[in-house]
Design a protein around this ligand. Structure first.
Ligand code: NDP
Length: 500
């Protein structure tokens, strides 16, 4: 049963702030049915400024709170997130169209894990600096200082997870945040803001603004913002990083990919096909690290395609709250149109061989779902490097199989892209797997698996896929600045100007 969601308003000073100056409203849509779920009030420039001011007011006290006390608040939020896992997963399912079997097992769990990780890290000395003796009479010590008020701007594919991956290290390090969710999947943000408050986070430490790109643009340009942590497309990331550079702001950019999977000649065909399916159809292919270019040794063609066709029968579309459903619709109408146009392009212009799928809806969908943004899982084979579907990020359930004759050729072709988010290899000879991985130009790599991204593992793209990392110890460093202090204990200041 669909519960009525309250309207969403800019959240600052600890609560939602309805206001007459909102420039308008928009609806979030359940992608499985195309029905509206919730009304969102766009934040006005005044409301954005008020949210930033609220964060500025909260910063002196929050940044001065000892890390171990900040950690206690964040740990209480972790407990609330875990307690309300299914309620939050329901919201994510309605907003994104991802099956409940997925959101209830992954989206909140992986967000809460990261919050727990950073709370533990700062409580355990993760923000400690270093001290060393420079010479007998002098020492140097360093401190890690929070940056101030930071902006988090999220994509629509992992809404609450992205909000947590950004706010967890940000708040743990003593910063305050103004967060803008994607206009397509904004519902989680108020739940998260309320959970933080309930856990004891002081008002103003976490704030939410709503709207499309121009709201993100205003937030990025605000002079009081010290850092922008952005997740989204490469083209938007370039705009956001450019705007941030004008104010010399810190940035973290988590952007798109067109990641390669290399199946080595000795790989287990079944295991590699399982990996390729996971890398292409999980979350209906709407995962930034998707391995959409699958390089397969030519001699394996028949067996690999047979395995893919057999396993793809287990991709099940249907009612999102049915435990057997593991494949949802695309998350919005504009995104559906984009993915469909790529599939058409693959068939009509690229002339790729369609192994299965296409632009129709998956068969057997219940009648209530026919208006949703559904498309079949699609596999193109015998693809070539110059095809548009092979070169551009589609961000949907579209796999391209490319055949190769020599491993070094596969590596060269895999690297021949401006993007460098993720990469993986499947093979039995682990030395060869390491050798190949070491040559792949990507920031997130896997051997004989795909997609797992635990809190301890720093992740971030190379080349045009991003700047900086999230998670792991290095993920905390992205939210602090260094202060080095040299202490002279010899009692004398260099006498350059006092003696002639
Ligand atoms: P977009 O780049 O379209 O949007 C991302 C966010 O930026 C949204 O909140 C958007 O607002 C906002 N935005 C748009 N224009 C501006 C602007 N000028 N200034 C500031 N903010 C702006 O990305 P998508 O939402 O379509 O997300 C999909 C992309 O995200 C894919 O490329 C995917 O690979 C990437 N991604 C990368 C991840 C990583 O970790 N590397 C993880 C997840 C996704 P609105 O949408 O409301 O208009």
């Amino acid at each position: 049963m669909v519960r009525r969601e309250q309207d969403r308003h800019t959240f600052y000073a600890g609560k939602p702030q309805p206001s007459a100056d909102s420039p308008g409203t928009f609806k979030t849509i359940n992608p499985s049915t195309a029905e509206p779920v919730c009304t969102i009030h766009t934040s006005s420039p005044r409301a954005i400024d008020a949210a930033v001011q609220s964060a500025q007011s909260a910063f002196p006290s929050w940044s001065a709170t000892p890390p171990v006390e900040r950690a206690r608040v964040l740990q209480r939020a972790v407990a609330l997130l875990r307690q309300r896992n299914d309620e939050l997963a329901r919201v994510e399912t309605l907003d994104t169209g991802k099956p409940f079997s997925e959101t209830s097992a992954v989206d909140i769990v992986t967000g809460a894990d990261v919050l727990e990780y950073f709370a533990n890290l700062v409580a355990g000395g993760g923000l400690n600096g270093e001290a060393f003796r420079l010479r007998p009479s002098a020492m140097v010590y360093t401190t890690k200082e929070p940056l101030g008020v930071c902006a988090g701007i999220g994509a629509w594919n992992y809404p609450i997870q992205i909000a947590l991956w950004k706010s967890a290290p940000c708040l743990a390090a003593g910063n305050c945040m103004v967060y803008k969710p994607s206009e397509y999947t904004p519902m989680h943000a108020q739940y998260l803001a309320s959970i933080y408050r309930e856990a004891g986070l002081p008002e103003g430490v976490f704030n939410v603004v709503y709207g499309a790109g121009e709201v993100g643009g205003q937030l990025t340009a605000h002079p009081a913002i010290a850092k922008v942590s952005f997740t989204g497309q490469v083209s938007t990331g370039k705009k956001v990083a450019g705007a941030a550079a004008g104010g010399m702001k810190y940035v973290t950019m988590e952007l798109g990919g067109k990641s390669p999977v290399i199946v080595l000649p000795d790989a287990d065909v079944d295991q590699a096909a399982d990996g390729a399916l996971l890398a292409n159809f999980y979350s209906t292919g709407q995962v930034c690290t998707n391995g959409t270019r699958v390089f397969v040794p030519r001699h394996m063609k028949q067996n690999f395609e047979k395995a893919v066709l057999s396993k793809i029968q287990h991709v099940r579309a249907g009612d999102l709250f049915d435990a057997a459903t593991n494949f949802g619709p695309l998350s919005s109408k504009p995104h559906y149109d984009k993915v469909v146009s790529y599939v058409r392009r693959g068939i009509e212009q690229d002339k790729a061989t369609l192994l299965c799928g296409g632009v129709s809806q998956p068969s057997g969908l219940p009648s209530g779902l026919k208006n949703g943004y559904w498309i079949e899982p699609t596999v193109f084979t015998d693809c070539t490097d110059d095809m548009t579907i092979v070169k551009e990020e589609i961000f949907g359930p579209v796999m391209s199989i490319l055949y190769y004759d020599a491993v070094d050729e596969a590596v060269r072709r895999a690297n021949a892209t401006e993007l460098g988010l993720a990469a993986g290899v499947f093979g039995k000879d682990i030395n060869e797997c390491h050798r190949v991985i070491s040559q792949l130009e990507a920031g997130i790599t896997w051997i004989n698996t795909w997609g797992e991204s635990p809190a301890e593992m720093a992740v971030g793209g190379w080349k045009s896929s991003g700047v900086g990392v999230e998670n792991g110890r290095r993920g905390l460093e992205a939210w602090v600045r260094n202060k080095s202090t040299l202490v002279e204990m010899g009692g004398e200041v260099p006498t350059v100007f006092s003696k002639l």
